[in-house]
Design a binder for this molecule. Structure first.
Ligand SMILES: Cc1cc2nc3c(=O)[nH]c(=O)nc-3n(C[C@H](O)[C@H](O)[C@H](O)COP(=O)(O)OP(=O)(O)OC[C@H]3O[C@@H](n4cnc5c(N)ncnc54)[C@H](O)[C@@H]3O)c2cc1C
Ligand code: FES
Length: 509
């Protein structure tokens, strides 16, 4: 939106200059504030997204919500609440007074808390205790929402990871590139868990789930009783066996510790081989280039990312990386590793100080399988994200759910989806019976190019490109027949939000 001269919203803004669902970026006592209109109602809220400080004035008003252009967080205009991840914290609200044909933004309001779940119609069914298995995006978002909704009972989060929940997507981006420090990575401070009485049990792998006794058992023998359970165990990197390779030559990237290990090795490395032209593999390549390390990418594909985004985007991504010095070896894999030498199936020999394997992940299903939950290339859940056993939910990378947009049962590996599913599970644990119907969304960053993707297209029969990939200004639509399955955009954040909103609206029709 136009915001070259920010009006002082204290001195009054003509209401007629604001269309319905329109907004203007102004200032109040030196702070950037958005004045938005919905019908005859006016709202004033903070202009900076609480996720990564995205400029909300470049976003979209949809009904009573304000959407962030960067990663599609959704805020309530009425209360400022971060209704949908990836933002978890509210934006500030100001009181607005209308006098005649002008809106005056007055004082900042104290944070409005939503009414606690205990006053909800289903309060009698609140669980005696909740255990969350997994301390990733889905697990943290669920714990956060349970407390936000006023759930007061015992809440335990058990994680095999040694670190408290952190910003996993950043591990292959700014953190790995050296532009984000350690303290940027945790999603919450230690005090957050203490203040909300979230019992965070780290370094603890759950080995068994007893459905009759309703307890989970850790590898160390300790058990935790639950009344409601969320399984959010995420995914693990696929581990390739390569002839001659020793574990010490190979790095994977899933955890904070993995990313730190790559950073440490990159400090003295001149040349690294990335095996796999996946999103993570390519983001690693970009981040290592930012550190001045030479990078070879080896992958069997014709173009990087072709299987997810089609040949045109694949070629664009390849050229982008090549322009930054990455050397691709496509159509082949690694046959052997001997010391620093990788021999490819085509016969080429590459030198590398170490290797990063980014060849995909598989869902962490061991506990669900052991317990006998229904499995369908992931944990099978219904529209409420409940597994085949009532009271046991699954969310995030591990869950396959009936996606109402594609009409298919899908499992995706998207940060925002994992967090939003965690939030919906939290509400369903409290008895809301809310179907999960968010439009799948992910983003990926390569150097200064960010791709936003809404919808879900595993197979398509046509790709339409509006704009130009090389100009880094386009929308790529994946279609089956007349149906738009998904749209990837570059430098068209507002359009991406509009498409998401249209997909949401089409469900209501
Ligand atoms: C490097 C990297 C970059 C990414 N970038 C993006 C991006 O740009 N955009 C995007 O949309 N997505 C991105 N993703 C994907 C995104 O991070 C995942 O979709 C998301 O983390 C899934 O959340 P989750 O809670 O389901 O699982 P996870 O975040 O993987 O969390 C799973 C948790 O379960 C724990 N766990 C597993 N098994 C057990 C057990 N038996 N007992 C106890 N604990 C257990 C794990 O330790 C972990 O704490 C990226 C992923 C990686 C690895
Ligand atoms: S910066 Fe707003 S959603 Fe990420």
């Amino acid at each position: 939106m136009e915001n070259s001269a920010k009006p002082d919203l204290k001195t009054g803004f003509p209401v007629d200059n604001l269309p319905d669902e329109g907004m203007i970026l102004g200032q109040v006592e030196g702070e950037d504030v958005i004045l938005a209109r919905r019908g005859e109602e006016l709202f004033a809220v903070g202009a900076s997204c609480t996720h990564y400080h995205g400029p909300l004035a470049d976003g979209l008003v949809v009904g009573e919500t304000l959407r962030c252009p960067w990663h599609h967080a959704c805020f309530s205009l009425r209360t400022g609440e971060a209704l949908r991840a990836p933002a978890l914290d509210p934006i500030a609200c100001w009181r607005v007074e209308r006098i005649g044909d002008k809106a005056y933004v007055r004082e900042k309001l104290a944070e409005k808390r939503r009414k606690p779940a205990l006053s909800s119609p289903n309060s009698r069914s609140l669980p005696a205790s909740v255990v969350i298995l997994g301390g990733g995006g889905a697990g943290l978002a669920a714990a956060d929402m349970l407390r936000r909704e006023g759930y007061d009972g015992p809440l335990t989060m058990i994680s095999a990871d040694g670190s408290a929940p952190y910003d996993r997507p950043n591990l292959s981006k700014d953190f790995l590139a050296g532009t984000a420090s350690d303290d940027w990575i945790p999603l919450r401070s230690p005090d957050y868990y203490k203040d909300r009485r979230i019992d965070l049990v780290l370094n603890s792998r759950v080995s068994a789930l007893d459905l009759l006794q309703k307890h989970v058992q850790l590898e160390n023998g300790k058990t935790y009783q639950f009344d409601a359970l969320l399984i959010a165990t995420g995914a693990e990197p696929v581990r390739l066996k390569i002839d001659g390779a020793t574990d010490s030559q190979i790095n994977y990237l899933r955890t904070f510790a993995d990313s730190r290990a790559i950073v440490a090795r990159a400090a003295s490395a001149k040349r690294v081989a990335v095996v796999g032209a996946s999103f993570i593999g390519l983001e690693v390549a970009a981040s290592l280039r930012a550190r001045g390390v030479e990078v070879d990418v080896v992958a069997p594909d014709r173009q990087p990312l072709e299987y997810v985004m089609g040949p045109e985007v694949g070629l664009f991504i390849r050229r982008l990386h090549e322009a930054h010095g990455v050397i691709f070896h496509l159509g082949e894999t690694v046959k052997r590793i001997d010391g620093r030498t990788l021999t490819l199936t085509g016969g080429t020999a590459l030198e590398a100080d170490f290797v990063v394997l980014g060849v995909g992940v598989h869902p962490s299903l061991a506990v669900a399988e052991q317990a006998g939950l229904a499995i369908d290339r992931g944990i099978a859940v219904n529209e409420y994200l409940e597994t085949s056993v009532p009271g046991i939910f699954a969310a995030g990378d591990v869950a396959r759910w009936p996606d109402p947009h594609s009409g298919e049962r899908i499992r995706v590996e998207h940060w925002v989806v994992a967090e939003r599913q965690g939030q919906v599970v939290a509400r369903n644990i409290l008895g809301y019976r809310e179907p999960f119907n968010a439009v799948p969304f992910f983003w990926s960053q390569h150097y200064d190019v960010v791709i936003n993707y809404v919808g879900h297209a595993e197979k398509w029969d046509a790709i339409e490109i509006d704009g130009e990939l090389d100009a880094r200004d386009c929308a790529v639509t994946y279609k089956r027949g007349d149906r738009t399955l998904a749209v990837a955009t570059i430098s068209r954040d507002l359009q991406s939000l509009q498409i998401e909103a249209a997909m949401e609206a089409s469900l209501r029709r």
